[in-house]
Design a protein. Structure first.
Length: 416
């Protein structure tokens, strides 16, 4: 394409975005001068000028990088055979994917129901809780579980609930990391509850609870006969340097939701896992919950192949090792701007949060990083925090690129 043709393509995309998708998104894209993303491979995304961007954003999806060849090949082969199910015959791919996923899940989670997105998996988790006699949901302040109405009811940010209430009744919020507050909430009502938590709050600002918190939560759920549902959509499948965030304390939930990494960065897919006791309502009535596209053959082979790649290439261990090296390096790089810009750098594995001393620098930092051709993520429930969720396949030159860009952006913001 000629420069003029590229310019027209971008203008047309912006016009269609504004007129048919979302005016606000189009306005932001125009103000920031965002390019078109046209192709990707590994840790890199390319725009219409074939300029490469290092992807450390993606909201946690691309642990394997973009277009991992094994996942792409498996999906392409399935596309050539049978892409969508009839729902009338036996579909073998979803059965294989469920076996693969439950084989790496916390002990006791025998069953998996595949859906298309993380918020759908939370909807099913809440539905399973209701079907098992839970009339209350206790969630954490600052937590994020999705924006469909059920998941939104348990999302601890009033901004996203405003104008949409009343939502699901019986939802209560307690401070994240405060086991005593959870105990008080459980004890306040004899009605059975479902406790819905993330092991690390990603959209809450990469908030990591103290050691022992999750174990204490499990004990409280056992004491009060509550159902424990762990939202591992962003934290699971290696992002934290362990298969699951709850593995850090050997906590076994009754229900677990997963997504993002499960897609292999190729096909949207998420899942809700449950113990036989909790899942029995679906075994008794298979029509209690259904999804036309959930667990379709393309998504199923993407999920199964992703798990194979995670195991074979030891990417979970790689995420832990790489994250352990990156955290102090990022802290040192940002220190070049002096002590007044960044309040804290924290993280586990390859989920890393940079908390600024105020809100204004966070957004500016994101745009500075974009000029350095590094993609990062805004944090929905903590506007002072910018997140880094790089792939586990970063090469040494990618790490140098990232650290150099962090230092330059921080120094520029500090006026250096």
């Amino acid at each position: 394409m000629s420069p003029a043709e590229k310019g027209r393509a971008r203008a047309v995309a912006l016009d269609h975005l504004r007129d048919h998708v979302n005016r606000g998104h189009a306005r932001i894209a125009s103000l920031l001068g965002l390019p078109l993303e046209v192709r990707s491979a590994g840790a890199l995304v390319y725009d219409e000028e074939d300029t490469a961007y290092l992807d450390c954003g993606g909201y946690g999806v691309f642990l394997l990088g973009h277009r991992h060849p094994d996942v792409v090949d498996a999906v392409a082969a399935q596309l050539g055979r049978h892409p969508l199910p009839t729902r009338a015959l036996i579909e073998p791919n979803v059965a294989s994917a469920a076996q693969a996923l439950t084989s790496v899940a916390p002990a006791g989670l025998q069953y998996a129901f595949f859906v298309n997105s993380g918020t759908e998996s939370v909807e099913l988790a809440i539905k399973l809780a209701r079907a098992n006699g839970c009339r209350r949901v206790i969630a954490a302040e600052g937590g994020f579980h999705g924006k469909t109405l059920g998941a939104l009811s348990a999302t601890g940010n009033k901004r996203y609930r405003a104008g949409l209430e009343p939502l699901l009744p019986g939802v209560q919020f307690v401070p994240f990391g405060d086991a005593e507050a959870l105990k008080a909430a459980l004890a306040s009502d004899a009605t059975r509850a479902c406790v819905l938590l993330e092991p690390v709050q990603a959209e809450g600002g990469v908030r990591i609870p103290r050691t022992g918190y999750l174990r204490h939560v499990r004990e409280l759920c056992d004491e009060f006969h509550a159902l424990l549902a762990m939202d591992e959509i962003q934290s699971g499948l290696g992002r934290l340097g362990s298969w699951w965030g709850c593995d850090e304390e050997d906590v076994r939930p009754d229900v677990l939701t997963t997504g993002k990494v499960l897609s292999g960065g190729v096909v949207p897919v998420a899942a809700t896992l449950a113990t036989p006791e909790v899942y029995e309502v679906l075994n008794q009535d298979p029509l209690l919950h259904s999804s036309t596209y959930g667990g379709n053959p393309l998504a199923a082979v993407a999920a199964a192949t992703t798990i194979d790649v995670l195991r074979r290439d030891r990417l979970v261990e790689q995420a832990r090792t790489l994250g352990g090296r990156l955290l102090p390096q990022i802290t040192d790089a940002l220190a070049a701007a002096g002590p007044t810009l960044v309040r804290e750098v924290r993280g586990r594995g390859l989920l890393i949060g940079i908390e600024f001393t105020s809100e204004a620098p966070a957004g500016l930092f994101l745009t500075h990083m974009l000029r350095e051709r590094v993609l990062t993520s805004y944090t929905l429930n903590a506007s002072r925090v910018i997140r880094l969720t790089p792939p586990a396949i970063l090469e040494p030159d990618h790490v140098c690129w990232l650290l150099r860009s962090l230092e330059r952006s921080a120094v520029a913001l500090a006026g250096g």
